[in-house]
Design a protein around this ligand. Structure first.
Ligand SMILES: [Zn+2]
Length: 314
């Protein structure tokens, strides 16, 4: 049996997991992400943690396939990061540097992309050939896997579906600097924004007006209780998601769209709403696409990162 590491670098912690080649997670732990000094300590810290683990367990290095890494920013097809604000990085050749520090093969990808790969391999996408994953959280992240291949893109921006433009008349600015991105409507933050805008339209009574600070969950809860305004907001939200996925499906035509992120806690009501919105806009030929909720949660990134290096090892 051969083994390897899946490493998911986040802005505050680095998640490290040790897998066997069948995808069984055998051990996992976290170390802090030291962002000071332009994040120069991050890769040496990871290398030290991995070396310590191998020494402690007395692992034969010939049995170690390598290290897969997820990075919270664009990673090009050679594993080079040109700029990652979340880690303080400028130009960093993750594969070359971490490989030099550990003597092991390294593969790297964008964190949302490797999370998609994780779900494709061991989560909700495992019975399907092609998949789009969309993570509906504070923002909208994504990843596209076609017949086992993860789409990194020329500039590492493949799967940045949260920044497709949904409304060119939008006046507010997205985190990326553009206006009218999917993320401004389809994220948890986007749902709250749609709700705030709807409440400002008239004085229709709604329990949402009594809240000091509204969250996405409040809108779903109010909808379940039969609040008419909340349900109107949710229908607008489902229309945004439906239009978004209808557009994606004529590009990729996947078998399944896997949904991750906090919004998915709404469960079946969300899936049903998305299906309604989707069928309003979709090209007839892609109508059969399935929608599913992600299964691996925060572990998806480390699974997918390990899969990158496993695939490269052949
Ligand atoms: Zn944007």
């Amino acid at each position: 049996m051969r083994y390897g590491f899946g490493v998911d670098i986040g802005g505050t912690t680095v998640k490290i997991a040790w897998f066997d080649e069948n995808g069984q997670k055998l051990h996992s732990w976290e170390i802090p992400t030291v962002r000071e000094n332009e994040g120069k300590q991050i890769l040496p810290d990871i290398a030290a943690a991995l070396q310590g683990f191998l020494a402690e367990r007395d692992v034969n290095r010939a049995d170690v396939i390598g290290i897969g890494v997820g990075v919270p920013g664009p990673v090009d097809s050679r594993g080079v990061v040109n700029c990652c604000v979340n880690l303080g990085w400028g130009n960093v050749d993750v594969c070359k540097e971490l490989s030099a520090l550990t003597g092991l093969p390294v593969k790297a990808g964008n964190d949302a992309n490797v999370a998609a790969m994780g779900e494709y391999w061991q989560g909700s996408g495992r019975e399907f050939n092609s998949m789009i994953m969309a993570t509906l959280g504070t923002g909208v992240g994504g990843g596209i896997v076609i017949e086992g291949n993860l789409l990194h893109g020329t500039h590492g921006c493949g799967g940045e579906i949260g920044h497709m433009v949904l409304n060119r008349d939008e006046t507010e600015v997205c985190g990326c600097g553009n206006r009218g991105c999917v993320e401004q409507y389809c994220s948890a933050t986007g749902l709250v924004r749609l709700a705030t805008r709807r409440l400002a339209e008239d004085a229709a009574p709604s329990v949402l007006r009594q809240l000091e600070k509204m969250e996405a969950k409040d809108v779903f809860d109010a909808g379940k209780q039969g609040d008419a305004v909340a349900n109107e907001i949710l229908e607008r939200y489902y229309n945004c998601l439906g239009e978004f996925f209808a557009n994606l499906c004529v590009v990729v035509d996947p078998e399944v769209i896997v949904l991750g992120g906090g919004v998915c806690k709404a469960g079946q009501v969300l899936l049903d709403g998305i299906r309604r919105g989707f069928e309003r806009f979709c090209f007839q030929g892609v109508k059969g696409v399935k929608f599913a909720v992600a299964q691996l949660g925060n572990d998806a990134g480390s699974y997918g990162a390990f899969k990158l290096v496993l695939d490269a090892a052949g």
